[in-house]
Every structure is written in structure tokens, then in C-alpha cells.
Design a protein around this ligand. Structure first.
Ligand code: ADP
Ligand code: MG
Length: 268
């Protein structure tokens, strides 16, 4: 497991990032990030391309291992619902819409367990909620991008996770679908789930996400959205991105005592 069971003070937080650095072959993608996610909060992660946003999500769920620092929480892997960036999802797999949604029940049924009647009923309801009633037998390869994103949201509905992480859920998605899916995010928030979403559209962030974490490998700002996305902070993020040296290594040994540690392997 990447994450440590919380050892420090977790008061008021469901996830704590403690001096978190994540690197690929020693090149840092996320650098010395500190902060907490409050239970039930709705947080946007914003930042330029290559800012480490996807890397941060993958580290929170335990897919990547920190080079330094830690992600602290007391959640099981199955309590995280995660929607990767569209480019990372293989849609050529021959599977029906219904079965894709049912995969959301795996945390309860186990990979080889049988799916309960109740779960099948819930999968039907989830498809209704996302507006895809009647699409059950359709192969996922035969859906539009927006329809497919609706399917993935239905799967998250079935999974019933405590913490939901969405990586650019509305990029290249039509406006109507985006509106419908933002409503579902609002429902999750209303249910008291913790939601963290990487977003590019600042209007969407300002309208729907009370908290924002602005990342440019290092933390630029993290707090109430209006302050976090102030013109000064946005300028700072851009200036930091322009300075990135793709070949820079994690802190040199003179900078930091743990610089020699092995980094950025996928977690077991
Ligand atoms: P964002 O999601 O903010 O666009 P990423 O987290 O995807 O940024 O990437 C941050 C940096 O890490 C980028 O420089 C990217 O090229 C690099 N990176 C991401 N994934 C890998 C990988 N699997 N191997 C090597 N470098 C990677
Ligand atoms: Mg990304």
C-alpha cells in the first residue's frame, strides 16, 4: 500500500498530503505538496498541462508510490472511486454497457463472486439516472464519448465509494452530458461523499467547486476557489510552468537528504 494508515493528526481531514513528492525516473511530477482534504468536500484540481494533476490522483488512490512524503488516510482501496482520463481507458474491450456498470459492484462481489440480484437492479437504476435506459446490451465501443462517460458515471454510482476522484471528466464531452454529470457530482456532494476532480474549465470550477487546489508540480494555492484561482495565482502557475525543466531531477542530494530514494514505480 502506498498510503500509510493515518499516524498523524487526521482531525478534519479524510486525506492528508504530507510533503508529497512523486517522480517518474527521478523526474518530479508532484513536488513537496502539503494539505488536507476535508471529509465531504468538493475540490477541483486545476493547473497547466503536465502540472502533475493526474499523477496526484493516482498517488492518492495508491496506484503510484510517493518518492518522498506520504498520502495519509484510513480508507480501503475499494472506498475510492476513480475515473481515469479518457485517453487511458480502453474502449475496444468487447463488453456491454450493462456489464461495464456491474463492474462497479466488484468491490462487494469480488472478482469471481456472483453479482447479486440487488446489484443488477441497482445497475439498471444507475443507467436510468445517467439517462441511458435501454442501452444495456449495447457494446461500449458503439457509444459516443458522452454516452460512454455516462456509463462510467453509472459504474461509479454502483460502486458507492466514499471518495470519488475524477480525472478531466468533462473534457471532450458535449454540453448536455456535462450538465447532467455535474448534477450527479452535486448529488454525491449532497450525500456527503468527498469528490476531487481535475478540471480545465475555470467557469465550471467557479460555479460548482467550493475548493480548488492549483498545482504546477508544486502547490500554487489550495483553498476556497475564488482565492485559489485569483489572477495572481493563475499568473504564478503559468510562470512556474514556463520554468519547468523536463530534465530536472528530484532534489539534488545537497537539497534534500532522501533524494537518492527510488521513485515512481507503480505500487504493488
Ligand atoms: P497533468 O495531468 O497535470 O497534465 P501528469 O500528472 O499527467 O500531468 O504528468 C506530470 C508530468 O509527469 C509530465 O511531465 C508528464 O510528462 C510526466 N509523466 C506522466 N506520466 C508519466 C509516465 N508514466 N512516465 C514518465 N513520465 C510521466
Ligand atoms: Mg492529466
Amino acid at each position: 500500500m502506498t498510503a500509510k494508515t493515518a499516524s498523524g493528526d487526521m482531525t478534519g481531514s479524510i486525506i492528508r498530503l504530507d510533503n508529497l513528492t512523486v517522480a517518474y525516473d527521478r523526474h518530479p511530477a508532484v513536488h513537496h505538496v502539503n494539505g488536507v482534504i476535508a471529509p465531504g468536500s468538493l475540490t477541483a484540481i486545476a493547473g497547466p498541462n503536465g502540472a502533475g494533476k493526474s499523477t496526484l490522483l493516482k498517488t492518492i488512490i495508491g496506484e503510484l508510490r510517493p518518492a518522498e512524503g506520504s498520502v495519509q488516510h484510513q480508507l480501503k482501496r475499494t472506498e475510492f472511486g476513480y475515473l481515469p482520463q479518457a485517453a487511458e481507458i480502453n474502449r475496444r474491450f468487447p463488453i456491454s454497457v450493462f456489464d461495464t456498470v456491474l463492474l462497479g459492484a466488484w468491490s462487494r462481489s469480488g472478482a469471481f463472486g456472483s453479482v447479486s440480484k440487488a446489484d443488477r437492479e441497482r445497475a439498471r437504476e444507475a443507467l436510468q439516472t445517467v439517462g441511458l435506459e435501454g442501452f444495456e446490451k449495447r457494446s461500449i465501443g458503439a457509444l459516443s464519448a458522452g454516452q460512454f462517460q455516462r456509463v462510467l458515471f453509472a459504474r461509479l454510482l454502483l460502486q458507492d465509494a466514499k471518495v470519488i476522484l475524477l480525472d478531466e471528466p468533462f473534457t471532450a464531452i458535449d454540453a448536455r452530458t456535462t450538465r447532467d454529470l455535474i448534477d450527479i457530482v452535486g448529488t454525491w456532494h449532497g450525500d456527503g461523499r468527498t469528490v476531487i476532480a481535475v478540471l480545465h474549465d475555470f467557469d465550471q470550477v467557479r460555479s460548482h467547486f467550493p475548493q480548488t487546489l492549483l498545482l504546477a508540480r508544486e502547490l500554487v494555492s489550495w483553498g476556497p476557489t475564488e482565492e485559489a484561482l485569483s489572477p495572481a495565482n493563475l499568473l504564478k502557475a503559468r510562470a512556474m510552468a514556463e520554468r519547468w525543466d523536463e530534465d530536472a531531477e528530484t532534489c539534488r542530494p545537497t537539497d534534500h537528504k532522501t533524494a537518492d530514494r527510488k521513485t515512481a514505480r507503480p505500487a504493488a
